[in-house]
Design a binder for this molecule. Structure first.
Ligand SMILES: O=P(O)(O)OC[C@H]1O[C@H](OP(=O)(O)OP(=O)(O)O)[C@H](O)[C@@H]1O
Ligand code: HPA
Ligand SMILES: [Mg+2]
Length: 175
């Protein structure tokens, strides 16, 4: 007897693809910084790894912030979301800069999807400003500043996760 079909992963459930190039990502990070410049100044940037590292570097460079800390959280194994694991918390030095509640700190991530990751970090730093480059509707209420909203059924492909490859012509069935 045939086994049950495997459950679709988050990317398969999403259906639509939104590939982002390095150029586009850099432009979107700069656009994010324009908005954040109105909100700051910030004592430090807290990057949610790993996806938040790239936008955090660009945003910190544009804002002239040199103190950068990480909060290391794992949830998706490629496209399947499991339980959140905090692999490394926020450093004592960064906590001190934020007065224990995150005031004056800027949390940066590449995107919010379900909002689970963002919610966890917000609980650690309730007074921090939370910025992401992209936001899906479920996670959007958690974010203070973002640039582009994509629908919940869209999967964003980041340039560090992708490579150029052959794409068949539309008439041969390409999506
Ligand atoms: O809003 P959520 O549903 O929680 O999803 C958003 C999070 O998922 C991705 O990280 P991931 O856990 O895949 O780890 P990575 O940043 O190391 O790739 C992304 O970078 C966000 O941090
Ligand atoms: O749409 C997405 N793209 C890449 N990583 C993700 N992690 C959660 N959602 C996404
Ligand atoms: Mg991440």
């Amino acid at each position: 007897m045939a086994g049950e079909a495997p459950e679709p992963n988050a990317q398969e459930k999403a259906g639509k693809a939104f590939p982002v190039s390095w150029d586009q990502f850099h432009r979107d990070c700069r656009a994010l910084t324009w908005r954040l410049n109105e909100v700051g100044p910030f004592h430090a940037v807290i990057a949610i790894t790993r996806g938040g590292l790239v936008p955090a570097a660009i945003v910190a460079r544009e804002l002239g912030v040199r103190v950068i800390d990480t909060v290391c959280i794992a949830s998706y194994d490629h496209t399947k979301q499991g339980d959140l694991q905090v692999l490394k918390g926020i450093s004592e030095a960064a906590m001190k800069l934020g007065g224990g509640t995150g005031k004056g700190l800027l949390i940066v991530d590449d995107l919010v999807d379900t909002g689970k990751t963002g919610k966890l970090v917000r609980e650690m730093l309730p007074d921090a400003h939370f910025a992401t480059v992209y936001a899906k509707p479920k996670g959007r209420p958690l974010v203070d500043t973002f640039i582009t909203e994509v629908s919940q059924d869209t999967w964003i492909f980041f340039p560090w996760d992708t490579a150029l490859s052959y794409h068949p012509p539309l008439r041969d069935g390409a999506a």
